[in-house]
Design a protein. Structure first.
Lengths: 306, 371
């Protein structure tokens, strides 16, 4: 029992990062109906930015905050300068732009930050020495680092939900997501809301990237590939237009991944289920869920009209 | 005012024949005069072009986005490597079997595509591309992963007069790649110009309207996925034929992104686009990789970094704004200022005479209204 708890706790920490990046995807998808393939690489670039600022003698927490703030601005600029003009051409053009951004931002990180390919050391915000943990019943331990990551993600998620549900801006964002035309008619500046969505998405992406780099104690050009993949899977599982779905999807994906990785060696089919196939098993589960509910667990399906 | 040329009129045929003749002469000239390393580069560019052609059928004409095409290339490559090395199969049989496997996997992936729209489908294919290397790493041991069609396994047939020496082999692989590329192009072109092609485009432009018009959505989407996957498989087989070793990281998501960027560069939804795009992508990449490190005017360590992929990614973004249909679309627009090919008039024999009169009146009225 203690072991099971252990695996679940480990999975929750990883899953919380997936849900953070997934939230970024959802915020953009709700606003514009686009899938941002560059989400992971935007986060990567911001994380390298945080490393660079930290490298110049700024304490890590401030460096990450500053990088996240810059990412917020950068996200808005990308929306204003690239996504919006491309969106006026066709939805397909936006896909092309985000895929181009994926490659451009990844290689730009490689160009600007020497040693990015092999990896740069990245500090962690939370104590991560071998004996930094709480003891829980049943021999389970809860590492301070995992507690810290989970707590900060939950705090950020809480703030975002408060923003969506309790503020005027959040109301406007929900209006734009629900029906852009009537939002415009009621005097909401949809353009500003969309810039804000991209900014928020880039900001939480930057925090997510810094948390991943902190756990790995390293950031390199491939850091965000896997995280983005699992985050996008989490968003798909939860439903691309549901913030709650992103959080639930991310956390459950993290737990599933952790449980599958530690699948007992003497159980049925254990040669197919294990650490090296954990991602495959997780995706298989998602595929099954999607076949039953094509719009994800919490997503809303739309009615097509000709 | 551009000059109008009727479709399939003698001048149009002349232009077509001339174009084919020039391309064939170019292919022959390259085969006879280029160095083996250059031939190797062209072979690789053709390999990329085949994958881009496959993606164009799916994405350009049918509107289904796949980031999983590296998986199909990988499946065919490992199938060939395994069956030829461990079961002593004929390499061409391994190609055929690989294509069938890719077609089946493509159909299987096309099935969720029936229920999943736009971004959800993209994410599923993304997931497949991501999972593929882990599956390959798990189920293939080192020996299998490294095995390709190198050395004596894929020899030039005797009637070509080529031996298995390195230069001759390069010529042989070059022709193999060119033939596969031409076949892929012809398949996609003929599909596009047929009834099926019009159904594909109708599905892309408006799925619901296409269904109302009687297009079988399920059949069209899954079979397109399957055919596209099989063509991508041919590209993977070519990779296995050319390279000395493969491993699970030979076909990752980055390959899929490369196929996509090559397609966008040349122009999605144009027939020649993926081929032009792949060649431009490959040779720009190749040139920058060798020359950028010597550009000392670049500040700091930048010239040592991935200059090529940054530039190519940026160019693709810029193209969205200045040339949305890629290089080929851009060239077509320029040519259209000088020559316009007018389509063949439709056959009107099926309708009754009054109806034809009525329709032509209506068209005349419509065109005068537009003026």
């Amino acid at each position: 029992m203690g072991q099971l708890l252990q695996y679940i706790l480990n999975g929750l920490a990883k899953g919380s990062i997936y849900s953070l990046i997934a939230l970024g995807l959802v915020v953009i998808y709700r606003g514009t109906g686009h899938l941002n393939f560059a989400q992971g690489e935007m986060a990567l670039f911001a994380t390298f930015g945080a490393w660079w600022i930290h490298d110049h003698g700024v304490p890590l927490l401030f460096a990450i905050t500053l990088a996240a703030a810059l990412a917020f601005v950068g996200g808005g600029v990308i929306e204003f300068g690239l996504i919006r003009p491309a969106g006026k051409k066709s939805p397909f053009a936006v896909v092309v732009v985000t895929i181009g951004l994926f490659q451009a931002l990844n290689s730009l990180s490689g160009l600007l930050f020497q040693g990015a390919g092999t990896g740069l050391p990245f500090g962690t915000l939370f104590p991560n020495k071998p004996n930094d943990f709480f003891r829980l019943p049943g021999d389970a331990i809860w590492r301070y680092e995992n507690v810290g990551v989970l707590a900060s993600v939950l705090a950020i998620t809480g703030i975002l939900f408060a923003l969506f549900q309790k503020t005027k801006v959040g109301l406007a964002m929900r209006m734009v997501a629900n029906n852009p035309d009537s939002a415009k008619l009621s005097g909401v500046s949809t353009t500003r809301i969309l810039m804000l969505s991209w900014g928020i998405s880039a900001l939480i992406g930057a925090i997510g990237g810094a948390l991943v780099a902190g756990i790995n104690t390293n950031v390199n050009l491939a850091t965000m590939f896997g995280v983005f993949l699992l985050a996008s899977a989490a968003a798909t599982l939860g439903g691309l237009d549901s913030p709650l779905g992103a959080v639930v999807g991310g956390l459950s994906l993290g737990v599933v991944e952790s449980l599958v990785s530690n699948y007992p060696k003497d159980w049925w089919a254990s040669s197919y289920v294990g650490a090296d196939t954990s991602v495959a098993v997780a995706f298989l589960i998602i595929l099954v869920v999607l076949l039953v509910r094509p719009a994800g667990l919490f997503g809303s399906s739309r009615v097509e009209r000709v | 005012m551009p000059t109008a040329i009727k479709e399939s009129s003698p001048p149009h045929w002349l232009a077509r024949i001339l174009a084919v003749a020039v391309l064939a002469a170019l292919a022959l000239y390259i085969a006879s005069s280029a160095k083996p390393s250059t031939l190797g580069n062209i072979t690789e560019a053709c390999t990329l072009a085949v994958a881009a052609v496959a993606l164009n059928l799916l994405l350009g004409f049918n509107g289904q986005i796949s980031i999983g095409h590296s998986t199909f290339a990988g499946l065919a490559a490992f199938t060939a490597g395994y069956s030829v090395n461990f079961w002593r199969w004929n390499p061409y049989v391994s190609l055929a079997v690989g294509l069938v496997l890719c077609f089946v996997l493509g159909l299987a992936l096309g099935l969720p595509a029936l229920r999943l729209k736009g971004p959800y489908l993209a994410l599923v294919t993304l997931a497949v591309a991501f999972v593929w290397p882990t599956i390959a790493a798990k189920f293939l041991d080192k020996k299998v992963k490294a095995s390709t069609l190198k050395g004596t396994k894929l020899q030039p047939p005797t009637w070509t007069g080529l031996t298995n020496s390195r230069p001759d082999r390069a010529v042989f692989l070059y022709w193999l790649a060119v033939v596969i590329l031409v076949l892929a192009y012809v398949i996609v072109r003929n599909l596009r110009k047929s009834r099926i092609g019009r159904a594909l485009v109708a599905v892309r432009d408006n799925e619901t309207a296409a269904a109302v018009m009687g297009v079988n959505l399920k059949f069209t989407k899954t079979v397109t996925f399957g055919i596209s996957a099989a063509i991508a498989g041919a590209s993977g087989w070519l990779t296995a034929a050319r390279l000395d070793r493969l491993d699970e990281n030979s076909f990752t998501i980055l390959n899929s992104i490369k196929y996509l960027l090559a397609l966008f560069l040349g122009g999605a939804a144009t027939l020649a686009g993926p081929i032009v795009g792949a060649f431009v992508y490959y040779f720009v990449d190749d040139y920058l990789k060798t020359h950028a490190p010597t550009w000392h005017w670049l500040p700091g360590p930048i010239s040592k970094g991935p200059v090529a992929s940054f530039l190519l990614g940026t160019i693709v973004i810029i193209f969205v704004f200045i040339a949305p249909f890629g290089l080929v679309g851009f060239i077509k627009d320029q040519v259209r200022r000088v020559f316009v090919v007018t389509p063949r008039p439709l056959k009107q024999a099926v309708a009754s005479p009054e109806l034809i009169e009525h329709t032509s009146d209506a068209t005349a009225a419509e065109s005068s209204a537009q003026d």
